[in-house]
Structures are given as structure tokens and as C-alpha cells.
Design a protein around this ligand. Structure first.
Ligand SMILES: [Zn+2]
Length: 114
């Protein structure tokens, strides 16, 4: 007969990443009222060089802010990117001529933790 003793409980890192969404004022200036990432259904959208305003399964609205002079043009609405097909835009600031690369990529959102 054997007795199973499960004493080796390891409390690994129970770090919940949900709090990350609360980190505001990131490294680069996001336009007001926008977020660097968003989840739509089972897809997670992440923007670089721009901020996301709103998104659904069909359309995605984002806003650019010039990293050089802070100019904020009108919002841009595109078809929501799908995983494997990121949206890429070489944006040129109409005010100062600064070139900014906008990338919005989509990834399958993994919501289940084990
Ligand atoms: Zn500019």
C-alpha cells in the first residue's frame, strides 16, 4: 500500500495579467480616448504607432498621433484585420512631415488559462 502525499504544492507566479489593461500613459503618447489593444470576439487586436478607438467584427477605428509634433488627424476606419494579415500603414504627418509606421495586428485571443 502506498500513500500519496501531495505536499509539493508550488505557488508559482499567480500573476494575473488583467491589471495590465489599467496601465495608462504608456511609453509613447497614445491619442486621448484610445487603447493600445482591444479584444473583439476571439481576436485580440494590437496597435503600434496608433491608438484604437473602437472595433467590432467588421470595422476598426483608430487614431494616429504624430510622435514628433503631437498632431492628431481625424480617426481612420478600416476593415478589422484578421489573424495573419496585419494592417500596415506608412503615415506621413501633414503638419511636420514625420513618417510614422502604423501596424495593427490581430491574434487569436487566448482566454483560457490552466
Ligand atoms: Zn507631426
Amino acid at each position: 500500500m502506498k500513500t500519496n502525499s501531495s505536499r509539493g504544492w508550488r505557488l508559482g507566479l499567480a500573476a494575473v495579467l488583467a491589471g495590465a489593461a489599467l496601465v495608462l500613459g504608456g511609453c509613447y503618447g497614445l491619442p486621448k480616448g484610445t487603447a493600445p489593444g482591444m479584444t473583439v470576439g476571439s481576436v485580440s487586436l494590437q496597435a503600434v504607432g496608433a491608438g484604437l478607438v473602437r472595433a467590432d467584427a467588421q470595422t476598426l477605428t483608430f487614431k494616429i498621433k504624430c510622435e514628433e509634433c503631437g498632431y492628431e488627424p481625424e480617426t481612420v476606419t478600416i476593415a478589422t484585420p484578421v489573424p495573419g494579415k496585419p494592417y500596415v500603414l506608412d503615415w506621413v504627418c501633414p503638419k511636420c512631415g514625420y513618417r510614422q509606421k502604423i501596424t495593427i495586428r490581430a491574434e487569436p485571443a487566448t482566454l483560457s488559462y490552466k
